[in-house]
Design a protein around this ligand. Structure first.
Ligand code: SF4
Ligand code: SF4
Length: 386
């Protein structure tokens, strides 16, 4: 656990002792379980996905691989009552999407899993970890249940100078606000020169709610962010979190132009005037930035403007998941860490840093230990601006 701060170590200990998975609520009746049948029946159970599902790779049970999850969902829509096994099978999918990219039948298992989770939530069937996530977001506006101000990382004078109107909003996200405020400070420092502002009362983007099935609650949270975005008058939202990015881009109304920090940086490389550093780095593609949204080139363009890029073993469409997404980090921390350790096996020899562009990937890969420091792309950019 080299390079790990005390705060990070403390959080791993907390995460290692999650609430027990408890099934609560009434049974889902046959009529109640509504998942688009066409998507479910697309799966012809060929098993191609078994060789790529990172959770199956660690757990080894049929119920923990894509095909098993699809079979379970099929049985639910055909009338089976959910059990604890059903919940743990569905809740342990990281929604990494590698199965969808390999499926010869064109099935989209993470989409089906999310729809099934929504149905379980509708029936009142949730895990303690999911309930905790939901309560943090609904009560405090963030997935950690933190009570301090989301903008605690800004000074009073910086706060007072935030423009009320702007074409650009920097959407910070829960992770950078509360776990990596230094990333938020650096990102804001870079973006300020382009006249960016922050939302007056940013809330969680709602990704943790959507991924774990709390769709109705997510809609209320999204509306609160949307009202503020409209008030600020922004036409572009910039975010440095892959989870926020995919949610803002794909779950919010289409009127928004959402751009990831690497894309924004790649578009403005000339204005940034970055120094070339004597560093060799590798890049981990976050699933929700890469596979889900095909943002592969922009981070590489930024990295190559600063340093030498040495690729990992599995990249882009084939990148292995860090294990942090889909609520798995909080619900199944041991599985999550094993996935991160597996991903570290893909790191090539002779690199100074593992760079990524998602704070959740930073956290999970750091937690897995390893000898190479994991940094966010904004830290590399900040080094090249010093
Ligand atoms: S999800 Fe696709 S790859 Fe997996 S078993 Fe079903 S058809 Fe095959
Ligand atoms: S999205 Fe990832 S974790 Fe979930 S079933 Fe597919 S391969 Fe497995």
């Amino acid at each position: 656990m080299k390079n790990m701060k005390n705060e990070e170590k403390k959080e791993i200990e907390q995460v290692k002792e999650p609430d027990k998975t408890e099934i609560t609520g009434k049974e889902c009746g046959k009529q109640a379980f509504e998942v688009d049948r066409r998507s479910v029946y697309k799966c012809v159970q060929c098993g191609t996905c078994r060789s790529v599902c990172p959770v199956f790779d660690v757990v080894g049970w049929e119920s923990a691989n894509t095909r098993g999850r699809m079979l379970i969902i099929k049985s639910l829509i055909e009338g089976r009552s959910p059990s604890e096994d059903v919940l743990s099978s569905l809740a342990s999918c990281t929604t990494c999407g590698i199965c969808a990219s390999k499926c010869p039948a064109g099935a989209n298992p993470p989409e089906v899993v999310e729809a099934a989770r929504t149905q379980l939530v509708k029936c009142g069937i949730t895990t303690g970890a999911q309930d905790k996530l939901k309560s943090g977001v609904l009560t405090h506006g963030n997935s950690f249940g933190e009570t301090k101000s989301r903008k605690h990382w800004l000074s009073k004078s910086e706060l007072s100078k935030l423009p009320e109107k702007s074409d650009y909003v920097y959407f910070v996200g829960c992770f950078d606000s509360y776990r990596y405020p230094e990333f938020a400070r650096k990102t804001f420092g870079v973006l300020q020169r382009f006249g960016v502002t922050l939302l007056p009362d940013e809330q969680c983007c709602a990704s943790p709610l959507l991924r774990t099935g709390f769709r109705e609650d997510a809609e209320k949270v999204m509306e609160r962010n949307l009202e503020q975005i409209r008030k600020v008058g922004a036409h572009t939202i910039i975010t440095s979190c892959a989870g926020c990015y995919t949610t803002l881009k794909n779950n919010y109304p289409e009127e928004l132009r959402v751009i990831s920090l690497p894309e924004f940086l790649a578009e403005h490389l000339e204005q940034l005037n970055l120094k070339k550093l004597d560093l060799v780095v590798t890049y981990h593609d976050p699933c929700h930035l890469g596979r889900h949204n095909k943002v592969y080139d922009a981070p590489r363009k930024v990295i190559q403007a600063i340093s030498t890029l040495k690729e990992m073993k599995n990249i882009k469409e084939n990148a292995r998941c860090c294990g942090g997404g889909g609520g798995v980090r909080i619900g199944y921390p041991d599985i999550s860490l094993e996935l991160a350790k597996n991903r570290l096996q893909d790191v090539p020899e002779g690199v100074d840093y593992i760079v990524t562009s998602c704070p959740l990937c930073v956290r999970n890969l750091r937690d897995a230990g390893g000898d190479i420091e994991v940094i966010d792309i904004v830290e590399l950019v900040a080094m090249a601006m010093e």
